[in-house]
Design a protein. Sequence first.
Lengths: 590, 580
Amino acid sequence: MTITAELPAPAAKPPSVLVRLVPYLAPYRVRLLGTLALVTLSAAAQAGAPALIGYAIDTNITASDLDGLARTMLLLLGLYIVGMLATGGQVFLMGIVGQRFLSDLRMLVFDRVQSLPLSYFDRSKAGDLMSRLVNDIQQINQVISQGLVQVVGNLFALVGIIIAMFLLSVPLALASLVVVPVMILATVLIARRSRTAFQRTRETIGDVSAQLQEDLAGVRVSQAYNRGEDSARNFAAQNAANRDANVQAAAVSAAFTPAIGLLSSVATVIVAGLGGWLTFNGDMPVGTVVAFFIYVQQFFRPIQIISSLYNQLQAAAAGAERIFDLLDEPDAEADEPDAYVLPPVQGLVAFEGVSFGYQGARGGLQLEGVDLLAEPGQTIALVGPTGAGKSTLVNLIPRFYDVTLGRVTLDGHDVRAVTRPSLRSQIGIVLQESFLFAGTIAENLRYGRLEASDAELEAAATAVGAHGFIAELPDGYATKLGERGGGLSQGQRQLLTIARALLANPRILILDEATSNVDSATEALIQQAFERLLAGRTSFVIAHRLSTIQGADQVLVIDDGRIAERGTHAELLALGGLYAELYRRQFREE
Amino acid sequence: MSDLRRALGYLRLYWRGTLGAFVSLLFVTAASLLVPQALAYIVDRGISAQDSRALVVGCLVLLALAAVRDLFTFVQTYLIERAGQGVAFSLRNALFRRLSALSFSYHDRAQTGQLMTRVTSDVDTARQFIAGGLLQLVNAVLLLIGSAAILLATSWSLALLTLLMIPAIGLVFFSFFRTVGPRFRAVAQKLGGLNTVLQENLAGVRVVKAFAREPYESQRFRASNDDLLGENLAVVRGTARTFPLIFFIANLGTLGVIWLGGAQVVGGTLSIGDLVAFNTYLSFLLMPIFILGGTLASIAQADASARRIFEVLDAPQEVADQPGSATLPRVQGRVAFEQVSFAYSGSERASIDQVSFVAEPGQTLAILGRTGAGKSTIINMIPRFYDVTGGRVLIDGHDVRDVTLASLRGQIGIVLQETNLFSGPIRDNIAYGRPGATQAEVEAAAQAAQAHAFITAMPQGYDTVVGERGVGLSGGQRQRVAIARALLVDPSILIMDDSTSAVDSNTEYQIQQALAGLRKGRTTFIIAQRMSTVRAADRILVMEEGRLIAQGTHTELTINCGPYCELIAALAGEPAAVAA
């Protein structure tokens, strides 16, 4: 009989983290108690069956009592039915609790992610977060949906079997359990050796992945320089190291199942020997020995199953730990307790001595001593080198980040004193990357104002020149967009994001005006759309077009976190400073 | 299944271990089947007959059988695992070789993440079946046939009774897979849907926050989450109904054996030992059914993985050496495009359309145009990263398709738009194209690329480890290392794509100065963003929507200044220009 058992491979994390999950099970208290009762019942049924079989052999069969045998068998049938119903109920209840619990956990983590400040997303990669939400919950899922039922069920079965064995015959029970210490010793020894082996496999597969990722990213360079052969050789070396580590781990773990198997056979022989001797002396009927054979077989299965689940438990513990890391993140997005709803604003934006440095960043302050005043309806163009602090500056207005020093006010209200939704709903933002969600065009346009009517929707689309191409699509506004707005050209996507901002009708607008890969006709459309959007709003534009800069009420030249120069295009040119040089080099080189 | 079969074919490379594993399996099965016989012997001849010698013999035989069974279980597991790891090793190497040889056009379409999955987890899924699944299947069939035969030999009436439970269990399994199987797929699908919401939410976090739409996102996620929960609960219900029932049927087998067998013992046609042995064989019957169910379910998965693996291995290498292609001798560097057209596969629009020009040895050509005008496409044709779809590209009169890729690319130095450096010392990165270069040569190239100063300023100098796991370099520093890398191969043809866009104007000036000297004797193509570069070029190619609309020197072009001046004016508004 070959039962394959996975060797426990102790990982770094103690399963104690899993204890923190327990409070989240509280809503399912009643169902869990029901599960517990059913587990007990099914374990009792499982433990009772061999005893009945032993009884049948000793009392009925040996005594040639066929009627008695029939009665015992009907009893056994009843026991099996009870066992089946109890097991079914237990799997059902536990499954429901497990799945609901996981669903709760996913929701909890998602809501948590929603409330995290933007700075958190700057620090961690989207891929990391994604894997945390998906893989880690999946790991816990496996333990809960398969593991927990099995561990609890088998643990109870084990206890039931031990009790039954002692009830049947104390000496035989003790004899059967003699091998248990040896087994524990063997498990510990093998586990210890396997720990290092499995760690090697994890490290080496990490190396393989890293090498692969790098070579895939650099495949063009490698082909340009004829280095394909060398990278293949390097990869083969990493790959071989991983294979060898796996083979070594296999050598250790392959010993586990046979070792347990052999020990269970030894236990059988001990039972046979002692049981035989006891029967010779007339102290024990044959049926009892037979019942013990069955118990010994049943006894080792739960142990194997439980140890094989140990692996999953470790993985789940690691997953739980990462999830709690996330849940434990400080909630910087909470509004101040006395925050009030920002009334509709005119659009007067003021920066008063604003300085800002990213949390934990080494490079010092991103912005230093910024003062500016944007009157309602003005367009402020921000110019300057990449990394000078233009994006940082505009991010402070919707309070994506909090200022380190000074304050930002809207119509005199400090942005930190008002609630975030009331603040952000009055600010429209068009980002460089035109991000659309999977869903219909209408849903995307309404994103900023869910209650907008169809007429308003069309008006906004028409205003930015997007209505034409939308109307040409077979499903019009109901056209489903693929992931990240796939199916539309980049220019069309950008028009949609502009329409989305227009529909939200914000008083204050923040615009990152990077030109993208669009043809000149679309480019002109987009520019018109921008102009439409800017009209009558206080606008901050990270400007890349000369026309925008020329049309701005104020041009701010940002350099190294400071406002180096300010004024209109003409004033700045006359100043003959940084802006004039920039302009001369870039716009007037011909 | 043909892909899986093909993957299994890789076991041939490790046939000794595989054969050993299957031979061991025979021993394991035989010993496993004999153990209950020993148990029956112990009960009948030893315990019931009160024969202590028979008891001892029986126990020793049982131990010996168990030892054989467990020893060979170990050998079998180890050998097949080793063979499986060998197959995974071979598959991964083959995949890697293929991926590094596949043309740019393939990598344009492929996503790195997906390719990674194929090399890592798909290989692993296939390996799990190759290493375990096949052996398990054979094991299950042998056990099933062996135990059925022994049962029939012991008592055919009891055997027929117990064998009845196999179709019953099979039926339950079948209905489980038929009703719950689609649910499993639905769970996978809903999980995919949930992940899409999640991925979008993370990717669009700025938009979500900008519009303060967190509650709406939560609602969207909750809807997906509830969908998933619904499917999961359906699976739970199916599982809760099925598996206890299967065990119940198996238990009915035991009950039938004890009842009917008990009657036969009373009638004297069966011994108690046989009855006990019979019971053990019952569990042998049950296990293969579970193994078969599990393995059959994993076959589809393994086959899908194998298909994805062979998709890569069978992908055509669009750009490859022609049979009998010659080595390109050391060239002067005369590059001629004759009516060259190219369209990316799957695109209707030609990226470049009938482009003709000649670059004389030692000339510098600047390529000018808007984004998407076809500038990068032109330079990609020279080292044959893509093959032309019309016309031809000649270097010193040799069609680039008639010479070996190695000899062609070995004479071209390229600085691409994205500067990829590899994990390792800076020295190795600069010497990437010429691993045998001396330290002096490396330093000379670094000096020419204005990189020597910042490299020596680092504590470890040229031994500083860069890349994924090393020191992060700034964009400008990376570019300069990439330029040094290109210069070190002493190319006859130098290609630079936007390569000084990330350095400040001072450094750029220095690089330009250095390059001016280095360009002597090399034909140089520059995709330029700056007017200073453009003006200094021997010839300017003006591109618009894939067509070469004008060429000449800056002076020539400004005389009849139509599209050229327009373009210069338009480019002045491009982001890179302001950023500098």
